[in-house]
Ligand binder design. Structure first.
Ligand code: 5AD
Ligand code: SF4
Length: 446
């Protein structure tokens, strides 16, 4: 299994592994030893398809070599490139056996059988009427860092149709898993030792799953129910849309200590005209007000965001508005990307595409500002005692690593049995992307 892209792909790869296990497949690390190779692909930016074709070229050699030795290799392309470029993949790489979109993973065993029987290629990129989660087997080994943190997909797809984005086309319409199935999976994961769950969804805060009472539950209701699970110490969720940040979810940040004070809330741009062109459905001031309300509910809340530089039509003034929004809000962390044309999306054909060199210049300035803010945020916790959830060994001998509530990696010298526990750590130093500290006896709130 070769996985690119977002956390949901990581989760999906684990579930494909689960669905194949009863057929006798187990994961291996060396492609030359694999009877089946699945590429789980990402289409969000850049020349995603080209990356896939060059990897396929490399894997073809392995497949041919194994074939010469009398071993078959099933080669499958899954994920968003499969969904977007299905037919094209079989045309350009006819040695691919299976092409399957993200909503069809529960049908993988059937496709494997078909490919073996027919000898030809199988393509499944429909959006089936049934939800894959109703048909996938129970998650076996959660995808975790030393079994302490795990992802759990609660919602998939998107109906927002931002002008630049392929997700509504590759992941399909927005759909939520029923509450009972999420809670059952969460209980199993926590029983296996996991202490921190990250709920996943392309629009996770638009969650509206069928509740056990027959009504529709929001993400906030789900969070309150999850917080009741003994042993589950920390809950996170990603990715959220500013438009779906409901009053009850903001209140949950005040009420639930387990809901971590770190929120990834992409804004994309700080210019109202670009936000309009992006079809985001909110203004820059809507975002500022939302952040104020969140910080009132949970004063230590830190924010992360995504920014796109050089969306078609972006002027110097638009860019400056984005810089101003960043200065006003203050981010603990952020991801920023140059706008990349995605065929088939509304922005792809827009006039006034921004020149590459100008995008580079703007991205450089924006990333410098975000870097400054990230460093300042990390510096601000030096001298504090923070509760750190330990997830594993650090790089140096005797060193352990964990996460602060604000998702910062924290290194300490300490014993291996720290893993899976939350301990108070006095933060003493900032490195470029992590913190260093010492174990102390007690958490003193900052
Ligand atoms: N170009 C650049 N960035 C994009 N993103 C999504 N589509 C594009 C695109 N066409 C970014 C957005 C989104 C993140 C996951 O990827 O910022 O929030
Ligand atoms: Fe893409 Fe916009 Fe949907 Fe996010 S909200 S997945 S950026 S269309």
């Amino acid at each position: 299994m070769i996985t690119w892209g977002c956390q949901m792909n990581v989760y999906d790869s684990a579930r494909m592994t689960d669905v194949l296990r009863p057929l006798g497949y187990t994961p291996v690390t060396d492609p030359a030893a694999a009877e089946m190779i699945i590429l789980n692909t990402c289409h969000i930016r850049d020349r995603a398809a080209e990356k896939v074709f060059s990897e396929l070229g490399r894997l073809r050699l392995i497949k041919d070599e194994r074939e010469a030795q009398g071993h078959k290799t099933v080669l499958a392309v899954a994920g968003c490139v499969a969904q977007a470029e299905g037919e094209q993949i079989l045309k350009r790489a006819p040695y691919v056996d299976i092409v399957l979109g993200p909503q069809t993973y529960h049908r993988l065993p059937e496709m494997v059988a078909k490919a073996a029987r027919a000898g030809g290629s199988v393509i499944e990129t429909d959006f089936p009427a049934e939800q894959k989660f109703d048909f996938l087997p129970e998650a076996e080994a959660p995808q975790t860092v030393e079994n302490v943190t795990a992802f759990l997909t609660v919602q998939e797809g998107c109906d927002k149709f931002c002008s630049f984005c392929v997700v509504p086309y590759t992941r399909g319409a927005e759909a939520s898993r029923p509450v009972a199935s999420v809670l059952a999976e969460a209980r199993r994961i926590v029983a296996s030792g996991v202490r921190e769950l990250t709920l996943l969804g392309q629009n996770v805060n638009a969650y509206h799953g069928e509740g056990p009472d027959g009504g529709t539950w929001t993400l906030a209701q789900l969070a309150y129910a999850l917080a009741e699970i003994p042993g589950l110490e920390r809950i996170r969720y990603t990715t959220s849309h500013p438009r779906d940040m409901g009053d009850d979810l903001i209140a949950a940040h005040h009420d639930l200590p387990a809901l971590m004070p770190f929120l990834h809330l992409p804004v994309q741009s700080g210019s109202d005209s670009i936000l309009r062109a992006m079809n985001r459905g909110h203004t820059a001031d809507d975002y500022r007000r939302l952040v104020d309300r969140l910080r009132t509910a949970r004063p230590d809340l830190a924010l992360s965001s995504d920014f796109i530089i050089g969306h078609p039509g972006e002027t110097d003034a638009d860019f400056e508005a984005t810089m101003q929004l960043i200065r006003d809000v203050g981010f603990a962390q952020a991801f920023s990307f140059k706008y990349s044309i995605r065929p088939g999306t509304p922005a792809a054909g827009a006039p006034l595409q921004v020149k590459e060199a100008l995008k580079d210049e703007r991205l450089y300035a924006l990333q410098a500002l975000l870097r400054e803010q990230q460093d300042a945020f990390n510096d601000s916790v030096i001298g504090d005692v923070a509760p750190v959830l330990f997830t594993g060994h650090g790089r140096k001998p005797g060193q352990m690593v964990g996460r602060s509530p604000w998702l910062q990696p924290v290194h300490v010298d300490g014993p291996a049995d720290l893993v899976g526990t939350i301990r108070p750590v006095l933060i003493t130093q900032r490195l470029s992307n992590s913190l260093v500290g010492n174990l102390v006896e007690e958490c003193v709130p900052a």
